[in-house]
Design a binder for this molecule. Structure first.
Ligand code: TXA
Ligand code: MG
Length: 342
């Protein structure tokens, strides 16, 4: 398939926004930028179009998609029995990197929710995403615009590398400002539960909801046969081809460990401040003191490891506080839960 690459600078590029919206209205697939990661969008009301997302990505079809809206008035068209807590969250954090799981509206086909009776909804803050949703007049189902299993795309180049030739359109724009996927919280449990950490932190959710639960799958591997509250959590995710090992400990100890263990084909995946004293190759993912920067850079860093043909990567573990929890959650999956304490 010939993929149309649509370059969009900003929401004033009305003709290009119209072209992207047209693809979506005609049942096609179009990748779009959002503030978190690029998404691969289709009309959320069109089961056949949504089905094609799974094929294009190679995504297991029991893993449901997030529905993206641009105005609060669209919420009623995709979800039902909306609790006040959802509106409180929306008021504080929408548009933004927060996904809320709610009872599914009847117009949302089972392809979107993978057969669940709930639906995940988010209102992105990216002006181009918002403009495309509005121009199409549709809620858009969109997972991250990567091939299933590879790191989520935070640049247009990542999307083109994964999806060129597999979808009708790719909107190419600037790099994503958040860099990790949205926080996912469900309001369909007795106590609200964090299913996936993101830039809207546990503390920020608790400001609105009071105490919330954090799903076990956020930091731990599911046991054999255990079912996932968020199906996406059970898959080996965000995996580069290199074998990643997560090393948890202070800088001196980390450096000592890597200098002792890393061979020729190995690489450190470390903080900016670590790099100087390491004797092996390194790819950095932000400053240790700046979790937002780590979030912005982590997926690109994982892709770089593959470009370099690295066999093993020793990753310096991020902190689990604030946005660091989201980075930790992605990295521990890239490392297939291999953690060494030093
Ligand atoms: O930031 C983001 O959320 C990006 C951009 C494109 O918006 N999208 C994204 O989609 O990360 P995806 O498909 O890669 O991740 C969706 C996650 C998965 O872990 C999935 O299992 C979970 O949301 N999810 C979707 N619907 C759900 C539901 N009804 N109940 C529980 N989890 C759900
Ligand atoms: Mg994804």
């Amino acid at each position: 398939m010939q993929t149309k690459i649509i370059q969009i600078e900003n929401e004033e590029n009305k003709e290009e926004i119209r072209q992207a919206a047209e693809i979506l209205k005609n049942g096609g697939l179009c990748a779009i930028p959002t503030e978190t990661v690029y998404g691969l969008a289709a009309n959320a009301f069109d089961g056949d179009a949504v089905e094609r997302i799974f094929k294009a990505k190679g995504r297991p079809n029991d893993n449901p998609l997030i529905v993206h809206i641009a105005e609060l008035s669209q919420l009623d068209t995709v979800a039902r029995d909306i609790p006040k807590q959802a509106l409180d969250l929306a008021e504080k954090y929408w548009p933004g990197p927060l996904t809320i799981v709610l009872p599914k509206g009847e117009n949302i086909p089972r392809e979107v929710s993978a057969g669940l009776d709930t639906v995940a909804v988010r209102m992105p803050s990216h002006p181009i995403a918002s403009a495309i949703i509005k121009a199409s007049g549709l809620p858009l189902a969109a997972p991250s615009a990567n091939l299933s299993g590879s790191p989520s795309p935070t640049t247009a180049k990542h999307v083109i590398a994964d999806l060129d030739g597999r979808v009708e359109g790719i909107v190419a724009s600037t790099d994503c400002s958040v860099g990790v996927e949205s926080t996912v919280v469900t309001l369909c449990t007795d106590t609200p539960r964090l299913l996936r950490p993101g830039a809207v932190t546990v503390e920020m959710l608790e400001e609105v909801l009071g105490r919330i639960d954090v799903d076990d799958a956020v930091l731990h591997q599911l046991k054999q046969g255990e079912s996932a509250a968020s199906p996406g959590m059970k898959y080996k995710h965000y995996a580069p081809k290199a074998q990643v090992f997560m090393i948890e400990g202070e800088r001196e100890k980390y450096i000592e460990y890597v200098n002792k263990n890393a061979g020729e084909d190995d690489c450190a995946l470390c903080f900016f401040e670590d790099a100087q004293k390491l004797r092996c190759k390194s790819v950095t993912y932000g400053k240790q003191s700046d979790e937002a920067e780590q979030a912005r850079e982590i997926f690109d860093a994982l892709r770089k490891l593959d470009e370099m043909g690295v066999k093993r990567a020793f990753a310096h573990a991020p902190s689990k506080s604030g946005v660091g929890l989201a980075v930790y959650n992605r990295l521990i999956r890239a490392a297939a839960f291999r953690v060494t304490e030093v």
